[in-house]
Design a protein around this ligand. Structure first.
Ligand SMILES: [Zn+2]
Length: 327
């Protein structure tokens, strides 16, 4: 995972909200203009933690921070839940819930991502709440640009921008993703200076190939005979084992998000679209596989050879799949 915090904390947007927090003068609504469409939510999540965390800035460790991270905080809600734009029903829910006192924090935070795709009807509906917000409510709007937002909406929010980042900052925030790349500098230079931009260049054909392999293993692998077949297939495809494990982790984490009914936390929609029919994996199996993947990463670091490692991993996946079905 890219280190979004290391990038965000250098921006005036972050510094400005931090200053408001320290002065006890948080605005009731912020509009965060961010060119990184794909990862806008990651930045908004950190800002939501900054607003809600009881430390001076943001600690990432307290109960509040972890509940927000997992999408389970009762006073911090993320929209849109599934579709690409916030619906009329969702905005009604936001307005209604804004007038209910927070359950455990002293503030309620509503994160409205993709605010620039809200219809005029939805924007008009939220206007009144933006104009006369209930006490202790903070509305965080995220948008790629402000052009499709009504001027009446814009005039009621504090507008802050996250621009593209310096090459060096991006390189260090993306060191996990880029460590196998020989031409990391070239890749970053060719990008638009956002995490999403770099990753989309990185995820050319090879990563698509890895995603398809992971999806196949999750949906098709049923017996130990299949384990040998897929171990060979992965070997022959020449994909890097660590990349395979990392994509596999994303797939499992997305299946867990879907299982826990928090679909807005799904990170890779393409991959999820291909793996969602792996429904014979119960929650217990998914958690077990996720632990095995972490162990596989460790084993790789201790130089266990590729084929043995993948074979061990696939057997563990199969074992996990059936173990929980019997319970
Ligand atoms: Zn915290």
């Amino acid at each position: 995972m890219a280190d979004f915090y290391s990038l965000l904390k250098t921006t005036t947007a972050y510094k400005s909200i931090l200053k408001d927090k320290k002065a006890g003068k948080l605005s009731h609504a912020y509009l965060i203009i961010n060119p990184d469409k794909e990862f806008s939510l990651e930045y908004l999540k950190i800002i939501a933690k900054l607003i809600s965390c009881s430390s001076d800035s943001v600690c990432f460790n307290c109960r509040t921070c972890s509940l927000i991270e997992n999408g389970f905080h009762p006073d911090v809600k993320f929209y849109p839940r599934e579709k690409d734009a916030i619906s009329v029903e969702e905005v009604s829910e936001i307005i209604e819930s804004a007038y209910v006192k927070p359950y455990e924090s002293d503030k309620k935070v509503f994160v409205l991502d993709k605010a620039d795709t809200m219809s005029q009807v939805v924007q008009n509906k939220i206007l009144k709440t933006l104009e006369e917000p209930p006490e202790n409510v903070v509305i965080l709007l995220g948008a790629v640009s402000e052009y499709s937002l009504l001027s009446t909406v814009k005039s009621r929010v504090k507008k802050l921008s996250i621009s593209s980042f310096e090459k060096q900052a991006l390189k260090s925030a993306l060191k996990e993703e880029l460590f196998l790349e020989e031409d990391a500098d070239g890749l970053i230079s060719a990008s638009d200076g956002t995490v999403g931009g770099v990753l989309s260049l990185l995820s050319g054909e090879e990563i698509l190939n890895v995603k398809n392999l992971v999806a196949e293993v999750l949906t098709e692998m049923k017996s130990s005979k299949d384990v040998l077949f897929y171990t060979n297939k992965i070997k022959q495809s020449g994909v890097d084992e660590l990349k395979f494990i990392s994509v596999f982790k994303t797939a499992i984490s997305d299946l867990i998000s879907a299982n826990q009914n928090v679909p807005h936390l799904i990170k890779d929609k393409y991959l999820y679209g291909k793996t969602k029919f792996a429904s014979n994996f119960k929650l217990g199996s998914l958690i077990m596989v996720s632990e095995k993947l972490t162990e596989a990463e460790k084993r790789k670091k201790f130089n266990q050879s590729g084929q043995t490692l993948i074979e061990w991993l696939l057997f563990s996946v199969l074992e996990g799949k059936y173990k929980w079905q019997k319970l």
